[in-house]
Structures are given as C-alpha cells and as structure tokens.
Design a protein around this ligand. Structure first.
Ligand code: ZN
Length: 144
C-alpha cells in the first residue's frame, strides 16, 4: 500500500494513495516542538477570534423511519465575529455522520444532530484553548 501524497508539507494522510473522499490528515510532527510549531502555523492561517457554536435549522432534514420519522432538525455551525459581524466558518449540514435526537413533551419538540453537537463543541473548545495550551507547554519547557 503506497501512501496518499495529497496533504501539504507538515501533514500526512493515513489513507492509501488514490483513496475516495477526503484525506485523513494528521500533523506530521516528530516531536512536541514541531507539533507546537505546526499548530501555531495553522492558528495563524485560521480565522482569528473566539469561535462559537450555534444551531442552524435544517427544515428539510428527514430522520427516522416508519411511525418514528420526522422532518426538520438543528444542525450545528461554528462561527465567530469577523469585522464586527457574525460569520459562519463551518457547518454540519453536509455531514454524513449524524444521530438525530429528539426531546419533547405536549408543548415542546426539539430535534437535533447529536453527533454534530459533540463534534462542533470539541472543535470550538480545542481551537479556543490552543493558544493557551501552546504557550503553557512552551513556557513549562515541554518540548521534545
Ligand atoms: Zn489522502
């Protein structure tokens, strides 16, 4: 099996050459110092600011089957303020891995993608924490 060569310098794909779909890209870092440098460089290219999670209604989104089917649920978006205006950076509406959860009583019904909720929460927490984590690791001399 030969390796995929699509990712740019500093990244490697764990999938075989010629694979279908997106790369499974991971930072190619031999040591912690190189990993921190790679993460610093990625942060510098990414949209600055505090990233946040919001929901976006997918009115046409169908879920379930038979008597337990429904239409319409909340997808999740990641965004931040850019030049004084909220901008969407990423959205789970095209995600193919979803698990629609429902919560309801007589007066209330909510359906949402639990996978998108968990994954966007992780991305936002990680992005927002990275500057502090990188600085702390460097300050404490955790390099190798
Ligand atoms: Zn690849």
């Amino acid at each position: 099996m030969s390796a995929c060569t699509i990712p740019p310098t500093g990244w490697a794909c764990t999938r075989a050459a010629g694979h279908d779909g997106p790369c499974a890209a991971v930072p190619q870092a031999d040591g912690l110092t190189e990993l921190l440098d790679t993460l610093d460089a990625l942060l510098a290219k990414a949209t600055p600011g505090t990233w946040e999670v919001d929901t976006e209604r997918n009115e046409d989104g169908a879920y379930g089957s038979g008597p337990d089917h429904g239409t319409g649920y909340d997808d999740f978006v990641i965004g931040t303020e850019v030049r004084g205006k909220w901008q969407t950076l990423l959205c789970t509406d095209n995600a193919t891995e979803k698990l629609i959860n429902e919560d309801y009583d007589e007066d209330y019904h909510r359906a949402w993608d639990r996978v998108g909720e968990a994954n966007t929460a992780l991305v936002v927490a990680a992005v927002n924490a990275l500057p502090r984590l990188i600085a702390a690791l460097r300050e404490k001399g955790y390099t190798a």
